[in-house]
Design a protein. Structure first.
Length: 323
């Protein structure tokens, strides 16, 4: 692509889930997915862009009737229908009709609706135990959203969803691109669209390719960098390799606001779930929330409160807390 940096990635790995950005025609991609997302208004009029293309690909009046029978819906809602003819074209058992255009209210900005709709589509896929899903660039055509805004919001929702291990294994983001034409006038349009797609890819890299940010209010155990010494010390305490003063079997993580205390504990918990990890051998890791701990609270009180919450027969577990 003209002007595209070779450093830009089109594929991102989050645990066992792969996120891929591809270009082409949504109806002739050569990939098979369990669900395809349509981008539409809250009346599902299917009048232009991706929704119109998918309607033609489904080639069934029942496709339209089954979707519109549920309308109007609140913008951001995902209406689920069968794939009909799209089953043959894309392998899609389901179409998730994402309602990103709001004809009834102005409660949310368009880009907020795009992020909410993306998250709701992923939730629908998980509820059905699907392995793969295909997204177009939501509202980046007739909706008027810029490719950068679209990428930022969609990829933010995807990254938040993939902060934990998921059953979904493949997430495709399709950017529309027709075959390269020979006609000079049409070629200029082609290059303009390809450049716009490049802006989407760049913004996606800035979201999906950036490591964990402790300021974000999400748990991203996989996107964790640094604090290796702290993690090693905690592992030694939990596994009994490190002598603890007074033979106590607990550790307290101290620190100011938004410095990554929970990030360390989430990473420790995540590591303990991995097969063969020493943290998970002969012990069971759990997460418990038992209220706010105020400054100068004695550690002995925290320990006693923890034991009161945890069943007596399982009190051999180590305590790791944060405050």
């Amino acid at each position: 692509m003209p002007g595209e940096s070779k450093l830009l990635k089109r594929e991102f790995q989050f645990g066992s889930t792969t996120v891929k950005i591809i270009e082409g025609n949504i109806l002739s991609l050569g990939v098979k997915v369990n669900a395809v997302v349509s981008t539409d208004d809250n009346y599902l009029t299917m009048g232009s862009g991706v929704s119109k293309m998918l309607r033609k690909g489904a080639a069934s009046e029942r496709y339209v009737r089954s979707a519109q029978a549920q309308c109007p819906v609140k913008a951001g809602t995902v209406v689920v229908t069968k794939g009909y003819g799209l089953k043959d074209l894309l392998g899609a058992d389901y179409v998730f009709h994402g309602t990103v255009i709001d004809y009834d209210t102005s409660d949310l900005l368009l880009e907020e609706l795009v992020e909410r709709t993306t998250a709701n589509c992923l939730a629908q896929a998980e509820e059905r135990g699907l392995q793969s899903i295909l997204f177009p660039a939501l509202a980046a055509g007739a909706g008027g959203l810029t490719k950068e805004q679209c990428a930022r919001r969609m990829c933010s929702a995807i990254k938040a969803y993939l902060a934990q291990e998921r059953a979904l294994k493949e997430i495709y983001l399709i950017l529309h691109l027709p075959p390269e034409p020979e006609d000079e006038a049409e070629r200029n349009k082609f290059l303009s669209r390809k450049t716009a797609n490049g802006r989407f890819i760049l913004e996606a890299n800035l979201v999906l390719g950036v490591p964990y940010n402790p300021v974000l209010n999400i748990s991203q155990a996989r996107d964790f960098f640094g604090r290796k010494d702290a993690l090693k010390t905690l592992e030694e305490i939990v596994t009994g390799k490190k002598d603890v003063e007074g033979s106590k079997c607990h550790a307290v993580v101290l620190g100011g606001s938004a410095v990554g205390k929970w990030a360390i504990l989430d990473q420790l918990y995540y590591q303990a779930q991995q097969p063969g990890n020493p943290l998970g051998v002969g012990r069971r890791f759990v997460k418990l929330t038992f209220g706010r701990v105020h400054t100068n609270t004695p550690q002995s009180f925290i320990y006693r409160k923890f034991l009161g919450l945890w069943p007596r027969r399982r009190r051999t577990v180590k305590l790791i807390t944060s405050y």
